[in-house]
Design a protein around this ligand. Structure first.
Ligand code: MTE
Length: 326
């Protein structure tokens, strides 16, 4: 992954966050009126129109904030949507916002297959409708050394996986991003072996922290953040959080994953955030937080084991050598 100085994206933050809190207050009020977990509508005429948001963004009304949420200062909507890693749209941090705007995230289908009793191909609405949406404010730590705090909207990955009745052979879950070189210009270049692939052990996938996100900041996911459906696994480096998912496969064997295939000595299958295990080319002990406060003073903060989610997930790795299984 290319490293670029994140400091160029910092100024807009404090105002955005205040606006964001106001929007959340209004969304909750709207929700009580709607009485539903999920509602899509145009924002242009909405009472809570946010000047920082893209004009075509649609609103997502969320029911509750998950107890897993952090109360740390959030990254601004602007920074979270203008400083991205999404190689299908280019390798620069500002390429995704520039190149993903015409991407068609609907209609969208997701194929579920492999070791399960009820495989199938579902359109996005049938896939997400049975699930109550919640907001989860998670830290996301990129392997390159920066981190953000983002209010995602989504539902537990495990709840979705159970609907397809994984068999006892389903020890892993594999994910694939869309491959469509016409829409994703970065796929013309073999920086990775397309389509982008990721995977989790089944117990990791079933852990309540694993999130399938359809939105962020109370809105449907912007294209550059992985619309219409992405994974968010907050105790792992950001590259595990695969975007624009079109296929989910249960498997007996550990699946191949893009970054691991591309540079196995640098990016392991597990990729749990671990300040004690350096990347071969840099330390992982600290991170630059892109959020109001910390980043304004250009400070670095200590990276925590499992990105601070050890209480929820450390037991998944009992007895494992995490330096070997990095
Ligand atoms: N998913 C796909 N399909 N392609 C990518 O290039 N980049 C990953 C991950 N998911 C990536 C992807 C990396 S390296 C990171 S750090 C996160 O997305 C960044 O998510 P964000 O841009 O929403 O912050």
């Amino acid at each position: 992954m290319l490293i670029k100085n994140p400091e160029s994206v910092l100024p807009s933050e404090i105002t955005d966050e205040r606006t964001f809190h106001e929007r959340r207050r209004l969304m909750r009020a709207a929700l009580i009126a709607a009485g539903a977990g999920l509602a899509g509508c145009s924002s242009e005429t909405g009472a809570e129109t946010n000047a920082a948001a893209p004009p075509k963004a649609r609103e997502l009304v969320t029911l509750k904030t998950s107890p897993f949420s952090t109360s740390e200062a959030m990254t601004s909507f602007h920074d979270a949507t203008h400083y991205n890693n999404y190689y299908e749209f280019g390798t620069g941090k500002d390429d995704p916002v520039a190149n993903a705007q015409d991407f068609k995230a609907r209609p969208w289908q997701v194929q579920i297959d492999g070791e399960c009793e009820a495989p199938g191909t579902l359109d996005l609405d049938s896939l997400i409708q049975p699930h109550a949406m919640e907001e989860r404010i998670y830290r996301l730590r990129c392997v390159e050394g920066w981190s953000m705090v983002i209010p995602w909207v989504g539902f537990g990955l495990g709840d979705l996986l159970k609907r397809f009745k994984p068999t006892s052979k389903a020890r892993y879950v594999a994910f694939q991003t869309l491959r469509d070189v016409k829409q994703m210009p970065g796929q013309r270049y073999r920086v990775l072996d397309w389509p982008y692939r990721e995977g989790l052990r089944i117990d990791e996938a079933m852990n309540p922290l694993s999130l399938l996100a359809v939105g962020m900041y109370g809105r449907w996911l912007p294209n550059q953040n992985g619309a219409p459906l992405r994974l968010v696994v907050p105790w792992k480096y950001g590259f595990k959080s695969i975007k624009a998912i079109v296929r989910i496969s249960f498997s007996e064997r550990q699946p191949a994953t893009s970054w691991n295939q591309s540079a196995p000595s640098e990016y392991g299958f597990y990729s749990n955030v671990n300040p004690d295990v350096s990347h071969p080319r840099w330390s992982q002990a600290t991170e630059r937080r892109i959020a109001s406060g910390a980043s304004l003073f250009n400070s670095r903060i200590k990276t925590l084991p499992f990105n601070g989610y050890g209480e929820q997930v450390a037991s998944l790795y009992t007895g494992m050598d995490l330096a070997k299984n990095f």
